[in-house]
Design a protein around this ligand. Structure first.
Ligand code: PEP
Ligand code: MN
Length: 339
């Protein structure tokens, strides 16, 4: 971090600032120019409040040289992280498709979808039991029953399961859920992120509707700083002025994240586009761009789905997309070398 001081700052003011910085266990390197004095902060500045320094009377500007995230930073972990989900690996060249309905609706529904997506090559089954709906009158999920049905589908197919947790009070229900999903709306629920950092289960962290890539990485950092480094990032579309699509899929998030972090990156073309016809082109583009995985909503009867039917693929349409994805996957961009 570099702190540029205003002209004519008195030596005792500089000493005072240096003393304060040293009290944070950070060294300083002072360079006195004709007009400005510059203080370089040497050491781990991730805990330094840049706004606080910026607000000081004697400070003209402050610039971070190093990103404020450490655990999630590729600079400190050159090798891609490989997240092992009870034997199913993602990251570091391991590619997975997570498929399943938006919400678990019945045993017949989840088990038949699980069988068909498995047959098409999905490595994990998704299904919401607790649904973050915009309207309190919309279907909220089957809650504990939904988890039980997911576990039944897991038992029948052997597919590990991914499901969204919306409150830490529900954690005991998720004991046998393999991956806990933090939905877009909870990406900055910092207390929840801290708690999820204390458990030893992979976390699929979705990017918030209106959050930057840096904010996504800081949220990953929350989980990792509390002790859980098994984080998978998911880009699921962000809000823009465009209304033809539910959100705008930020495909460039793939190379940007790959440059900044070693964590696996999954793309969710279903929530990004909001329409089934957009899933195939976006899934293929994301695969070509080097995503480590895809999350795709599949329903055996999209017209009757209790949630997100318009963006859900039928099992047959999913089979076609998965087949194409696996065909182009060998030609996908890789990011092993320094970007
Ligand atoms: C979901 O995956 O079911 C979901 C609600 O996604 P998001 O949090 O990205 O809206
Ligand atoms: Mn959904």
């Amino acid at each position: 971090m570099i702190v540029v001081l205003k002209p004519n700052v008195k030596p005792e003011q500089i000493e005072h600032l240096k003393d304060w910085i040293h009290s944070l266990n950070i060294d300083t390197h002072v360079s006195v120019g004709e007009n400005h004095t510059i203080i370089g902060l040497v050491g781990d500045t991730s805990a330094v409040d840049i706004d606080l320094i910026n607000a000081l009377d004697i400070v003209e500007t402050v610039k971070r040289i190093q990103e404020p995230f450490k655990k999630a930073n590729r600079k400190f972990h050159e090798e891609d992280a490989v997240i092992d989900i009870n034997g199913v690996k993602i990251g570091g060249g391991n590619f997975q498709i997570i498929a399943g309905p938006c919400s678990v609706e019945s045993e017949e529904q989840i088990c038949s979808i699980a069988q068909s997506v498995k047959a098409s090559g999905a490595g994990l089954l998704r299904g919401g039991a607790f649904k973050p709906r915009t309207s309190p009158y919309a279907f909220q999920g089957l809650h504990a029953t939904g988890i039980d049905l997911l576990l039944e589908a897991k038992e029948q197919t052997g597919l590990p399961i991914v499901s969204e947790i919306m409150s830490m009070e529900h954690l005991p229900l998720f004991e046998h859920v393999d991956v806990l999903q933090v939905g877009a709306r909870n990406m900055q629920n910092f207390e929840m992120l801290k708690e999820l950092g204390k458990i030893n289960k992979p976390i699929l962290l979705k990017r918030g509707l209106a959050n930057t890539i840096d904010e996504l990485l800081m949220s990953a950092e929350y989980i990792m700083a509390s002790g859980n480094e098994n984080v998978i990032l998911c880009e699921r579309g962000i809000r823009t002025f465009e209304t033809r699509t539910r959100n705008t899929l930020d495909l460039s998030a793939i190379p940007v994240l790959k440059k900044l972090t070693h964590l696996p990156v999954v793309i969710d073309p279903s929530h990004a586009g909001g329409h089934a016809y957009l899933v195939k082109p976006m899934a293929l583009a994301a695969t070509a761009a080097g995503a480590d995985g895809l999350m795709i909503e599949v329903h055996n009867n999209p017209e009757k789905a209790l949630c997100d039917g318009p963006q859900s693929l039928t099992p047959a349409a999913f089979a076609e997309v998965a087949d194409l994805v696996f065909k182009i996957r060998p030609y996908a961009c890789t990011y092993n070398e320094k970007i």
